[in-house]
Write a protein that binds this ligand. Structure first.
Ligand SMILES: NC(=O)c1ccc[n+]([C@@H]2O[C@H](COP(=O)([O-])OP(=O)(O)OC[C@H]3O[C@@H](n4cnc5c(N)ncnc54)[C@H](O)[C@@H]3O)[C@@H](O)[C@H]2O)c1
Length: 314
């Protein structure tokens, strides 16, 4: 039986990954670890308060709970990272190093570490971006993601610690709010639309970026987690494409359900978006572990609207 720990488990992805894993492996076998203590602790338990920069604490938690499988989601995301690059370095690079060392020393079987489209940079081809291409990001977040991809590969080849990851695009979901990324507009905008409020978008109307709906994000990470090792040529750096759209195209799709007003006022996040691809070539993920998304723009918007109407009671 797997014993799983999800670090950063209270975040946007953890909030949906944890229930999925608990359904599959049993509630008591999936431990949530986060630096924040949740208000609804009873609903979240088993929970441990853990700072991923503290290697000794990680080792203690792994041993006390017999953990053999880790989803390492604790991170500072792109926009927050540009406001506090030192914190992003600390949590994303030092924290990952502490996690890898703890994994190596305790003999953990596998660590899933999401990378991001932020690993790419302005010199990377923007359309149908190849899996193996130029990685020269200019954000601290992106630098931490390239470092994570390389460190993960190093620990696999040097120590046999099986580290795997996909390069997530912007993730859209309705259960938990996003944690400070450049694509957060694509979640926020639904709340404004459904409340009939005007939305001021921090990206340009034509800023096309790759995006993914949460069910596909969960599918990608769990499918890769279970892929036979011998099928993997890549390991820590899989492109995964689901849909690409601009704020203007998203607004047009949402207006099929509700009318609302939008103004575009790009801020510092536009510069981050400008350095990222518009779409990705994910043939390596398709070939090596059978990746295939279920949602495109129209089906994602329909599902978001349905669920948020229920959640917000509008
Ligand atoms: N959400 C996206 O759009 C997206 C896109 C690309 C990649 N990713 C990657 O997926 C992973 C999860 O992202 P998310 O969207 O769930 O992030 P999030 O910001 O919603 O959640 C991160 C969680 O980490 C916790 N955390 C922060 N510092 C910590 C520390 N020192 N120790 C322990 N916990 C700490 C936070 O409290 C938070 O609950 C990250 O690696 C992120 O880079 C996310």
């Amino acid at each position: 039986m797997k014993r799983i720990m999800v670090t950063g488990g209270l975040g946007q992805i953890g909030s949906e990954l944890v229930p999925y894993l608990r359904d599959r492996y049993g509630r008591e076998n999936v431990i949530v670890a986060d630096i924040r203590v949740p208000e609804n602790l009873e609903e979240i338990e088993p929970f441990v308060k853990l700072d991923v920069r503290d290697e000794e604490a990680i080792i203690r938690v792994i041993k006390e709970n017999d953990i053999d499988f880790i989803y390492h989601l604790a991170a500072i995301l792109s926009a927050r990272g540009e406001q506090n690059p030192q914190l992003a370095f600390d949590v994303n690079i030092r924290g990952l190093y502490a996690m890898l060392e703890a994994g190596r020393k305790t003999g953990v079987e596998r660590i899933m570490v999401p990378s991001s489209i932020a690993a790419f940079g302005p010199e990377t081809p923007k359309d149908n971006t190849p899996n193996d291409t130029i990685l020269k990001p200019r954000t601290m977040y992106g630098i931490s993601k390239v470092t994570g991809e390389l460190l993960g590969l190093y620990y696999w080849e040097k120590y046999g610690l099986d580290v795997r990851g996909v390069r997530y695009p912007g993730i859209i979901s309705w259960k938990a709010p996003p944690g400070g990324g450049t694509t957060d507009y694509a979640v926020e905008i639904f709340y404004y639309a459904l409340r009939g409020e005007k939305y001021t978008c921090f990206l340009r109307e034509d800023a096309t970026l790759p995006m993914m709906y949460m069910p596909d994000a969960i599918k990608a990470i769990t499918q890769l987690a279970e892929a036979p090792s011998e099928n993997l040529v890549h390991r820590t750096d899989f492109n995964v494409q689901a849909m690409s759209f601009s704020p203007g195209e998203l607004v047009e799709e949402i207006r099929k359900y509700v009318d609302f007003e939008v103004e575009y006022r790009p801020d510092y996040r536009q510069k981050i978006a400008d350095s990222w691809p518009r779409s990705l070539d994910d043939s390596a993920a398709r070939r090596e572990w059978g990746w295939k998304p279920d949602y495109d723009l129209p089906t994602m918007v329909r599902d978001m609207i349905e669920n948020l109407r229920r959640k917000l009671g509008v």
